[in-house]
Design a protein around this ligand. Structure first.
Ligand code: NA7
Length: 552
């Protein structure tokens, strides 16, 4: 299997490291880039470290066919620079990975950030040194640097996981996780290809490669409720219109629970007749993006009956798009309703199963026994493949923290502290881990929403906090354990209000591929209270003189 290490053959030239930085950021993705920009603007001596040999984070790594936004492109871009908004032309309503990567590279170049980045270099461990009041950062290249302020910007889905199957290294052809899709083009034309996994990623890959491969076998453990993306190009005229409307667009995004352009229907589910509901769903099914999920009635998220009626509407759509009704039935989820997991947005996904050369294998009926030299053996038969694609998801949010040895006061590992599930204050601070700010950490408002909309808030808040520290000549800041406990209780309460709490998905830390993961209770990884409430909490903390933090 290809891994991260294989992809780092060409390490870019780097400037010599200093021994000490005021701030050190891990991650040159969407949040790391913006955090770096804010600190550089303030003249803070900052270093960004990333294992990738270029900036872009998620959009650097995920190079698989079909990879694109599920947010409207013009709602995903940064809002902090009017000049940038004026200059950038989004070409598609839901922009593809190559374009998204170009965008982030453009931002890095425009704001001259590259020179602060030490790329192609991982962080192995970080230790808070109490005596010196610095963080000691050990790099994969053998160097150690120190910093005053440690800011992990690790992203939500940056710790990919593969199944724990016998024989994974025996397969003689190319095989890789979608996150580690090779940089050089992979020729799939006419090939016999296996895709394992039918989450948002698998659904994008399958729709994109089905028309070109010779044979495609999809190994599905549990189906997902998917909805059409309805992507289209953005003309020059449309882009001009979007530019004029940016202020309004970002204002709308700031008011919606998910930070998207889609505002929930404020009418009660039962205030509207069944016919009217259906007519609305028909309309939304044909419209772009998450409208079908987020412009829906609020009861879809909270009420089993409302959710079941809507799920049946989507099930009918699946039956109407897939010719073979046995396959259609296999593609309809039976263990959860629509939208309790993040909805994979698809383009020709269901139609892919109408090709003669595409086969769906239900792993519930015939599980995989092992990977062989030639392909995959299920309990039913041996399949031969040229390429195996693992679209098997991530150890979400905490996984990337667990992969670095992060130790706070008294040398306590963060991994141990979060053994039974993470707890933070506002998703940004952890008690006993002074001078550390997580951007889009566990229990922040960033995960369930249009990511950049929330990270701009978090980065601005973090920057403001550091300014407060400097202005008051503090050496240390830290969340109190009471504040962390209070936030954890609030996060849990927000889960109790939505059907999402029952989902076996990355939102609740479900991942069968992580050895030793206890699934007897959910891990509360994301803040489900909606973005306006999250913003209010964050701003209230600041307005109340950073209530919940201690300074010294
Ligand atoms: P997801 O949504 O976690 O999906 C992973 C898929 O892989 C899902 O269908 C899993 O089935 C399947 N899977 C995972 N492990 C296995 C094993 N061992 N055997 C068979 N099948 C397996 O990750 P994605 O990358 O698709 O999407 C993540 C997010 O990226 C998405 O929400 C968007 O926000 C963007 P399961 O459902 O667990 O039975």
């Amino acid at each position: 299997m290809s891994t991260q290490t294989d992809l780092q053959a060409e390490t870019p030239p780097r400037e010599a490291l200093k021994s000490h930085y005021e701030a050190l950021i891990i991650g040159a993705g969407v949040s790391g880039i913006y955090q770096l920009h804010r600190l550089v603007q303030l003249g803070v001596n900052t270093l960004v470290v990333d294992t990738a040999d270029g900036p872009g984070g998620t959009w650097y790594w995920n190079r698989y066919p079909g990879c694109r936004f599920d947010s409207e492109s013009y709602t995903y871009g940064y809002s902090f620079s009017e000049e940038l908004l004026e200059e950038w032309h989004w070409k598609e309503r839901f922009s593809s990975q190559p374009e998204n990567l170009k965008y982030l590279e453009y931002v890095v170049e425009k704001f001259d950030l590259r020179k602060h980045m030490h790329l192609g270099c991982g962080v192995e461990s970080t230790l808070y040194d109490e005596d010196a009041n610095v963080w000691r950062i050990s790099l994969s290249t053998g160097e150690t640097v120190t910093c005053d302020w440690f800011i992990p910007c690790l992203g939500l889905l940056s710790a990919p996981t593969t199944p724990r199957l016998e024989g994974m290294n025996d397969f003689t052809g190319p095989s890789f996780h979608t996150y580690h899709w090779p940089k050089e083009p992979v020729d799939l034309a006419g090939k016999r290809v296996a895709v394992i996994g039918t989450g948002a990623t698998g659904v994008q890959v399958i729709g994109a490669i089905a028309p070109i491969v010779g044979q495609l076998t999809v190994f599905q453990r549990r189906p997902n409720w998917c909805a059409p993306l309805n992507n289209s190009e953005i003309s020059d005229e449309e882009m001009d219109e979007i530019r004029k409307n940016y202020e309004h667009i970002f204002e709308v995004c700031s008011q919606t629970p998910g930070g998207f352009i889609h505002e929930p229907d404020r009418r009660g589910f039962n205030e509207v007749s069944a016919e009217e509901r259906r007519a609305m769903w028909e309309r939304l099914y044909g419209e772009p993006g998450f409208g079908i999920w987020l412009q829906n009635f609020r009861e879809i998220f909270t009420d089993e009956e409302a959710n079941a009626e809507f799920s049946e509407f989507i099930a009918e759509k699946i039956r109407s798009r897939v010719n073979n009704q046995r396959v259609a039935d296999q593609l309809i989820p039976k263990d959860h309703g629509f939208g309790v997991q993040r909805v994979p947005m698809e383009t020709n996904y269901y139609e892919a199963y109408n090709y003669d050369h595409v086969e769906l294998v239900s792993l519930q009926e015939t599980p995989i026994e092992r990977i062989t030299e030639d392909g995959i053996r299920t309990t039913d038969r041996d399949f031969e493949f040229d390429v195996i694609i693992y679209a098997t998801g991530f150890d979400a949010i905490t996984g990337s923290y667990d992969r670095i040895d992060i130790r706070g006061r008294g040398g306590v590992p963060l991994k141990d502290k979060w053994k039974d599930g993470p707890n933070t204050f506002l998703g940004m601070l952890v008690d006993e881990f002074p001078n550390m700010i997580l951007i889009a950490g566990p229990q922040s408002g960033s995960a369930s929403i249009n990511f950049p909309r929330s990270i701009e808030l978090s980065v601005d808040w973090a920057t403001q906090l550091l300014q407060h520290v400097w202005e008051n000549n503090y050496n240390q800041f830290e969340a109190t354990s009471d504040a962390v406990a209070e936030w954890a209780a609030h996060v849990e309460k927000m889960y109790s209000l939505v059907l999402m709490r029952k989902a076996k998905s990355w939102f609740t830390g479900y991942n069968s591929n992580v050895e030793g993961r206890d699934h007897s209770k959910p891990r509360y990884l994301v803040y489900n209270g909606g973005q306006p409430k999250y913003r209010q909490k964050v701003l209230d903390c600041e307005a109340d003189g950073y209530r919940g933090l201690s300074f010294s």
